[in-house]
Design a protein around this ligand. Structure first.
Ligand SMILES: [Zn+2]
Ligand SMILES: [Zn+2]
Length: 484
């Protein structure tokens, strides 16, 4: 490392320390696909660019939030909390969100006989009420909850009420293993009401009744397991696996459609939805009902607008009750991995069973665009700059803040530095010496010999000395002349 580089590094460290000490905010704007990104609050909308930002919503659950980057949640576990604010996903995605437990919220749910259950929920939010979520994508959502409580699993909300979910998508595998009377799995929400508009789901839903001794109420739906949400323009692709020793209610959109609590009057609306896929289920029950349909499993209330819904749905009932139904039921699985690298799309790994052909994707990775950058505004000592990037592959655009320039420390004049480097090289045989006290001392010596006042004094001394010597010599020769 040369002296100049060392000085620059020291200056940068000092500059950063000053920034921190002086409270200068270090900000960076969102870049699609990652980078150093710190959440900032603008006009009462908090921008979220990382997992810490997502988690911080719990501290202010009525706030307004906007995603400003895709977020990879892999390697972390998400604990659901209740949300009542607005979350604008801004078209960004949360990858690999992993949930193993229901949140703390307990809400009442109702079975087809209006029996009430205190119920837990697992989803991005255990409860979404009085708020909205829009333009958010959950990519490779992985929920696998085992519980002894009444429980519903959903993609975005476990329980929803007086809220809207719009333009969102959920893709992943959602599993629930439960046995306490009332439980179910939905692609976008678990249980509830409100409005779900222009959303899509591409989900594998697994619901397993882990106890054959009680006749539970069990629900599954591509949008919602049970409740009465208004649903418009949703595209659902479902692979359902429902193993039940009680009563199943399975639907491409909703497992059981019912207004609640008792006496609720409502005019529902279910229009322009499309369902494709299959639900495989068993209902181990002598008093068999086996509700499973392309749109709604069981309809308890008919007072809803119903128009332009289409489906390509398969009802697949099996009558073998001793083996739980799973997406990959293979006695001799031999898995092959194919990695698809990220580029203008997310990367992921495809797992293919060579025995049965079962395929699933997992371990998604953030996009890696190839940006061509244009500096919009140069950074100065006083102000941050800004640069814009356009991906040469897909045209995706981004902007990044260029940090303020860091002031360089005052440089010593070059000749002294060269002298010092030469001296140091002579002494050590190399200039690859580590930074430390010796260098600091040499630096001080260099400063000494280049001090102009001292140089002037030395020069005056030289001239005066020369004059004195000349005067002595001339005086000496004069005396010799006189003697002669
Ligand atoms: Zn791109
Ligand atoms: Zn297999």
């Amino acid at each position: 490392m040369t002296r100049r580089v060392r000085k620059t590094v020291i200056a940068m460290i000092l500059g950063m320390a000053l920034c921190v000490a002086g409270g200068v905010p270090m900000r960076a704007q969102a870049a699609e696909g990652g980078g150093l990104l710190i959440a900032t609050r603008q006009e009462n909308v908090t921008q979220i660019t990382d997992m810490a930002g997502l988690r911080a919503m719990e501290q202010d659950p009525t706030g307004s939030y906007q995603l400003a980057a895709d977020i990879d949640a892999s390697g972390e576990t998400w604990f659901p909390f209740s949300f009542h604010g607005t979350l604008d996903g801004n078209g960004y995605s949360i990858l690999n969100l992993s949930i193993q437990d229901a949140g703390e919220a307990i809400r009442e749910t109702y079975d087809g006989n209006m029996k009430v259950y205190d119920t837990y929920f697992a989803a991005l939010f255990d409860e979404l009420s009085g708020g909205s979520v829009n333009s958010l994508n959950l990519v490779n959502l992985r929920i696998d909850v085992t519980t002894d409580q009444p429980c519903f699993v959903g993609g975005i909300a476990g329980y929803m009420e007086n809220a809207t979910i719009e333009n969102c998508s959920v893709q992943g595998i959602l599993q629930l293993h439960a046995h306490d009377r009332m439980f179910g799995v939905g692609g976008i929400i678990g249980y509830g009401c409100g409005e779900i508009r222009d959303c899509s789901a591409d989900v594998t839903l697994v619901c397993v009744d882990t106890d054959a001794s009680t006749k539970d109420e069990q629900f599954m739906g591509g949008v919602c397991a049970a409740g009465y949400p208004d649903m418009h323009g949703c595209k659902i692709k479902i692979a359902g696996f429902d193993s039940d020793h009680g009563y199943v209610h399975d639907g491409g959109l909703v497992g059981m459609y019912m207004f609640y609590p008792k006496g609720t009057k409502y005019k529902g609306s279910i229009t322009d939805n499309y369902v494709s896929g299959k639900i495989t289920f068993f209902e181990d029950n002598k008093n068999r009902r086996a509700y499973c349909n392309g749109f709604i499993g069981e309809i308890m209330n008919w007072d809803f607008e119903n128009g332009r819904n289409k489906n390509d749905f398969t009802r697949d009932e099996v009558f073998k009750y001793d083996v739980d139904l799973m997406p990959h039921a293979c006695e001799n699985p031999v898995m092959r991995e194919d990695v698809t690298d990220a580029g203008c799309e997310f990367g992921y790994t495809t797992y293919v069973c060579e025995t049965c052909g079962y395929t699933e994707t997992d371990h998604y990775t953030l996009k890696e665009h190839d940006y061509a950058w244009t500096v919009e505004k140069e950074a100065t000592l006083e102000e941050e700059g800004l640069r814009s990037g356009v991906c040469v592959g897909c045209g995706a655009m981004t902007q990044e803040v260029i940090p303020k320039l860091t002031p360089e420390p005052t440089e010593e004049p070059a000749p002294a530095e060269e002298n010092l480097e030469a001296k140091q090289a002579n002494e050590t045989g190399t200039d690859e010496q580590g930074a430390g006290d010796p260098e600091t001392i040499e630096y001080e010596e260099g400063a000494f010999i280049t001090n102009p006042v001292i140089v002037l004094l030395i020069s005056v001394g030289f001239v005066a000395g020369a004059c004195l010597i000349l005067w002595i010599i001339r005086k000496g020769s004069k005396k010799e002349e006189e003697r002669e």
